[in-house]
Design a protein. Structure first.
Length: 251
């Protein structure tokens, strides 16, 4: 399967590519020239520029769209340009090229306002009863979250109008080597690097129409349900933030 990965130079992009480098025929898209040659074909450009995106999507079977401004405090004009316009442009180019599948990097921030003062910090703990499963309406807590929720809606439109299979992965907290330390929220939504690669692999392989799933590891602490990701994608996370004490894995 030939797969385009946008945002290849970002944290999630590097994690997905390194974890699945040998599993697919990759095409990468960077915002600017990478510091090291990736060893596979790539392009550079702006995702909101259709003339930059068209060559990137040419001949691919699927797109993993990660590009955008990842800052949770990003100003509106930046998320409008890079995240909303950029996502629409990638879908537009994919539809024109006849791409059958898009995996969209959504975010926990698309539903961040569910974390109210009445619910926290209890919802971050293993005995918390509050659980989001992807059927709830978006409830963004910042402008970045607005852009991610909008990206999900854009995907819904292109699924309905062009029959593209769309999987929105609401990514939690991707930490390099271990769960966040002394940060209950981050431990509840931790996504390990190998689970990050695995959920994107399953999103490339599974059969579905339009889905919203949560991208976290199988943490004892969690307020995002993994049921839909398990059922539809066959996602089998391998890691759990409860198995760590700070930066050390507990045997």
């Amino acid at each position: 399967m030939r797969v385009l990965l946008t945002g290849a130079g970002g944290h999630v992009g590097r994690t997905v590519f390194e974890g699945l480098r040998n599993a697919y025929d990759w095409r990468l898209m960077y915002h600017s020239q990478p510091t090291e040659e990736p060893g596979v074909p790539y392009t550079t450009g702006e995702v909101q520029d259709i003339e930059d995106v068209r060559p990137a999507v040419e001949g691919v079977d699927a797109v993993i769209h990660l590009a955008g401004d990842p800052r949770r405090g990003a100003p509106w004009r930046s998320v409008l340009k890079n995240n909303i316009d950029g996502t629409y442009t990638v879908y537009q180019a994919a539809a024109q090229e006849g791409v059958e599948r898009v995996i969209y990097s959504s975010s926990n921030h698309a539903v961040g306002a569910f974390e109210t003062g009445e619910r926290t910090p209890e919802m971050y703990r293993a005995d918390g009863e509050f659980l989001l499963d992807g059927t709830e309406r978006p409830r963004p807590g910042n402008e970045y979250g607005i852009s991610k929720a909008t990206g999900e809606i854009i995907g819904r439109y292109f699924h309905d109008s062009h029959n593209i299979s769309v999987c929105n992965v609401r990514i939690g907290n991707l930490n390099e080597d271990h769960p966040p330390i002394d940060y209950e929220r981050g431990q509840a939504m931790w996504l390990s690097t190998r689970d990050c690669a695995h959920i994107h692999d399953r999103a490339l392989q599974a059969d579905y129409d339009f889905e919203i799933v949560y991208g976290i590891s199988d943490n004892d602490r969690k307020y995002y349900s993994l049921e839909r990701a398990r059922e539809v994608l066959g996602y089998e996370p391998m890691d759990n933030s409860a198995e760590w004490d700070g930066a050390e894995r507990v045997e």
